[in-house]
Design a protein around this ligand. Structure first.
Ligand code: PBG
Length: 336
């Protein structure tokens, strides 16, 4: 019995999927998805000053940069064919307060950067976030009153932040705060001030995730944050709720939607793309980046390979583009 020949053709009915995988050329012929630099968006961390960078211990390979240096990174991204960048500021602690009022300062770090990069590298898209967390002294995305993140006051502040960013020259506002009604409020305020052409990329399905840890070191909110963000980000156990948010964002005027994090939420990306039939972006967040970098540095996995595989998985799930800290390296690794 053990030596009985196995009739594989009888089992498979002559269907042998390995035929298409035999050669590099057959694999290339049947490949369903491709990644190009058009799929990438570069998040950048900003600090005050000139010609200076700081390391972020939880994110090896990523730096906080002064505006002049960040502009050079934007130029590099543009030269690699990357369509857009997304700056995030590490705001001086003395400028942070309970309501995040620095977000409305037309000369804050983001606005200064937007003006500089629009002048020096006009061909790259600039996507800014008006969530309050870089500007609050408690690290929350909204206004904190007696232990509660108050929705409507936060929305007003976030919309004011969006307006100063649009006035500085931002092309797309991407609010990451998950307050109810902020997309419509931003749209109204932008339109009332002549910014009909400024787009909105909504962080539609932002999950209450442990994958954000390294980012909080990057923008200096980790030590400040009191409590958690569970009253405004989505519970990782939920999927329908992401679609409720997507329908709300669509009806409030969002031009594009986003899922965040990416790798552990591929089902959400797939569902949102399938059900909404709109541009859907995904944010491969800091924890996803750092896991690949640190495991690679430890010799446990092949870093370059996982960088590309994880991005391809996000694309395959349906993402139209990916914010990733690997954007520059991934673009360099792609066929020109
Ligand atoms: C908050 C914000 C977060 C990220 C970007 N903006 C989440 C958070 O700090 O709670 C995470 C990005 C990342 O982890 O790369 N508005």
């Amino acid at each position: 019995m053990p030596n009985e020949p196995i009739d594989v053709d009888a089992i498979t009915g002559h269907r042998r999927p390995r035929r298409n995988r035999q050669f590099d050329w057959t694999r290339r012929m049947v490949r369903e998805n491709t990644l190009t630099s058009d799929d990438l968006i570069v998040p950048l961390f900003l600090i005050e000053g000139t010609d200076r960078s700081e390391e972020i211990s939880a994110m090896p390979g990523v730096l906080r940069n002064t505006i002049d240096r960040a502009v050079e990174l934007a130029r590099e991204a543009a030269d690699l064919g990357i369509p857009a960048i997304a700056p995030f500021p590490n705001v001086a602690v003395e400028k942070r307060d309970r309501t995040g009022s620095e977000v409305t300062n037309a000369d804050n770090l983001i606005c200064q950067f937007v003006r500089a990069v629009k002048k020096a590298v006009p061909q790259i898209g600039v996507i800014t976030d008006s969530a309050l967390d870089p500007f609050t002294d408690h690290g929350h995305d909204g206004v904190l009153r007696e232990g509660v993140i108050v929705n409507d006051e936060s929305v007003a502040q976030i919309a004011r932040g969006a307006l100063v960013q649009a006035e500085a020259g931002a092309d797309i506002i991407a609010p990451s705060d998950m307050m109810d009604g902020r997309i419509g409020a931003i749209r109204q305020l932008l339109d009332a001030n002549g910014h009909q052409d400024v787009g909105i990329l909504s962080y539609t399905a932002k999950y209450a995730s442990g994958f954000y840890g390294p980012y909080r070191e990057a923008i200096g909110t980790g030590d400040l944050l009191r409590g958690d963000k569970n009253t405004y980000y989505i519970d990782p156990a939920n999927s329908d709720e992401a679609l409720v948010e997507a329908h709300a964002d669509f009806s409030e005027g969002a031009d594009m939607l986003m899922v965040k994090p990416a790798g552990a939420y591929l089902d959400i990306i797939y569902r949102m793309k399938t059900e909404m039939q709109m541009p859907v972006f995904a944010y491969q967040v800091s924890g996803e980046y750092s896991m690949i970098e640190l495991a690679g540095a430890a010799g446990v996995i092949d870093r370059d390979r996982l960088m590309m595989e994880s991005l391809m998985a996000i694309k395959r799930a349906g993402a139209d583009g990916i914010l990733t800290y690997h954007a520059l390296d991934a673009a360099k690794a792609m066929p020109a």
